[in-house]
Design a protein around this ligand. Sequence first.
Ligand code: C2O
Ligand code: CU
Length: 432
Amino acid sequence: MNRRHFLATASAAALLPLPSLAARDTHRLKAEAVTQQILPDGDGATSMLGFNGSMPGPELRVRRGERVNIAVENGLDEGTAVHWHGIRLENQMDGVPMLTQELIEPTEAKTYSFIPPDEGTYWYHSHHISHEQVARGMMGPLIVEDETPPDVDHDITVLMSDWQMQEDGTLSDEFTDMHNVAHGGYMGNFARAFLSQDQVKTGDRVRLRLINAATNRIFPVAISGAVGSLVALDGMALVEPRSMEDLVLAPAQRADLIVDITGPVGFDMMTRQGLYRLADLAVSGANADRQAEPIMALSPPNLPTPADPTQHLTLTMMGGAMGGRHDGDNIWAFNNVSDLQDDPFGSFQNGETVRITFANDTAFPHGIHLHGHHFYEFDENGDLGDLRDTTLVNAGESRDVICVFDNPGRWLLHCHMLSHAVGGMRTWVQVA
Ligand code: C2O
Ligand code: CU
């Protein structure tokens, strides 16, 4: 393969369509080894993990307020568990080994059953040795369809990730390389996006659902050939559509855009060396009924309004290279504590409003994810800002969030740079 395909230079990735499963079925997801053409055609195929024979796994489309049953069968030669990232579901369905369930052992199965309370763009991924199983491909989109969808011609999922590849398509397996763990994490030298559809017309109005499924890479995204607005983050509709410029997705974050197509569409990652092509969306023909109306906001999310917080906690991120804190494999910590301990970071009454300061006292950015809830970020005026399930906190910065803990159970709180999570940057909270 030609070196120009690798990161630090531009590349053109071929399209690999996402398979999809219809709403209302009992879904079946079989975790198994797959072979996938990740590098452009003509270069070597890659041995990976996936679901139902594909990587990414099939796009699951479900309905808000309707029970979903998903039978996960384990066809791997190691244990696994699947987490439904961003869904405010019942705790025992959250897919976190040791905290909410036993591992699904090889040849065994577990049926996850939940009622998604919110519309929007979510995803599922392995939550067992996830820095490795997700890096090998165990993830896919999870879409909760809108009761009243926006008036668009197409609804296209754009799932992006990166891989550390050799030129013959072999995936490097240095997932726990300590140097990587202590720095930005296991990062790919090849990145691309998978689209659920590969063609549109000029003048079409399209909803784009961007998902960062990479284990550690932050994607600053630039989209050409389309003009429009950002309408949702982490599944939750924004109050007002906003500019789609300067879009940055930390690992696990999602962004929904509604755009009008002006020409061939390119999805690029912005790098120091320039634009790096993740995917192309071809145009063929023109849409005669192109829409004149401005892009509208999606239906607003239906979450409880925060009260005055009864607790204000601080979670300080520590460790890593240049962080001067080393304790065996526990390279990272929150408040000097690495990994899950018997005591939770916080204990809350059901319904309690809590303010948390996420303080980044390290030399690296971290994307902090809370399970089972969304929280409000504060905007620059100190007012309630966006609802998120994962918030990016840059090195040396801090971010305050406010959360109504209204979902009983034991919930993980961790860095979604999965190398950092395995390096100790994870804790949990208890909601009684
Ligand atoms: Cu995307 Cu702990 O999860
Ligand atoms: Cu981190």
